[in-house]
Design a protein around this ligand. Structure first.
Ligand SMILES: [Zn+2]
Length: 327
């Protein structure tokens, strides 16, 4: 009996010793792990909120992400603060839109970086045939590609590929998240097509402050007209206001839209010019053109923002159609 007890005690001590050695090995491996830079979470910085949203969806809990340009902020005019510049310099990867959207960030920081390979434009792999040429914009292309969900799917794949390149051990995680997000984007694209198709063709005229919705128009069938062209750096001129007012009167258009990230005074001036000629044009709502809504709300996500925009457009144009029938 005593012999058996001793044998159990020896086996127990042996197992305990093995466990202790095992734990020590794990601890020493862990400390090596923590001290090795490339095994830490990637530190990713994104410019506009729509890109931050992609990075969060694809990266999930395997990365740390910081978005620079927030709610209601115009990316064409955004100047990086000293803190932004530091964040951009310390980042492992920077995702930006490109096509000269964030000119003040690219000009003052990204173009001057020694290691340019860490800054990736999410529009890099979009086929040129999918881009809207515009002589108005530096570089010759309209940068507002996120308004076409199909192009945004391409941007999502670019984000995935760079994360995998920099962090191959989590490749499976990035692939899985991308697959799920792409499915959501495809569903969004189908919804946008379906909702736009419900608006009669002759009513599908989208008038906004600046030409941010050209890709939405091209993909989902809207004629688009912005008061000041593609770039908000353009000033509103008297001729812009009178030209647009004439267009509205001649075409019998009764709805315009303002934008959350651009001043509404230009559109209000057009409204006044139309009214001065004895006609009426209403403001159908505020659209998310170049920035998403409040974080934590539906419009604070790319999917929610896009659904909000098409809902606002469809409701405003449809309501007016119903009113026209009832009059
Ligand atoms: Zn814009």
């Amino acid at each position: 009996m005593a012999q058996m007890f001793n044998r159990i005690a020896i086996v127990t001590i042996f197992i305990f010793t093995l466990i202790t050695i095992g734990c020590q090995t794990d601890q020493s491996e862990n400390s090596t792990y923590l001290n090795t830079k490339h095994t830490e979470k990637l530190n990713v910085v994104a410019t506009i909120s729509m890109i931050t949203d992609i990075v969060e969806n694809v990266g999930g809990n395997k990365i740390n992400v910081t978005g620079i340009i927030g709610e209601g902020v115009d990316p064409h005019l955004y100047k990086p603060t000293a803190r932004d510049t530091q964040r951009l310099k310390n980042a492992d990867i920077i995702f930006y839109n490109g096509l000269h959207l964030e000119v003040r960030i690219t000009g003052s920081v990204l173009d001057k970086m020694k290691d340019k390979s860490k800054a990736i434009a999410v529009t890099d792999k979009v086929h040129k045939a999918q881009l809207r040429p515009t002589p108005e914009f530096i570089g010759g292309y309209d940068p507002h590609v996120w308004h076409d969900a199909k192009i945004w799917m391409n941007a999502t794949e670019t984000v995935r590929d760079k994360l995998i390149e920099e962090d191959p051990k989590n490749a499976e995680h990035y692939h899985k998240n991308t697959k799920e997000y792409l499915k959501k984007l495809q569903n969004l694209h189908n919804d946008l097509l379906r909702l736009a198709a419900q608006i009669p063709l002759e009513k599908r005229v989208l008038i906004t402050t600046h030409d941010a919705f050209g890709y939405l128009g091209k993909a989902y069938g809207f004629e688009v007209r912005g008061l000041i062209g593609v770039n908000t750096e353009n000033e509103v001129g008297i001729a812009d206001v009178t030209d647009l007012a004439s267009f509205i009167i001649n075409r019998g258009i009764s709805t315009m839209f303002v934008e959350t990230s651009a001043a509404p005074h230009g559109i209000k001036a057009v409204q006044a010019a139309v009214q001065a000629k004895g006609y009426n044009v209403k403001i159908g709502g505020s659209l998310y053109a170049d920035a998403m809504g409040t974080p934590g709300t539906s419009e604070g996500t790319y999917l929610g923002m896009m659904r909000y925009n098409i809902g606002t457009i469809a409701n405003s144009l449809q309501t007016e159609l119903e009113l026209a029938y009832s009059e």
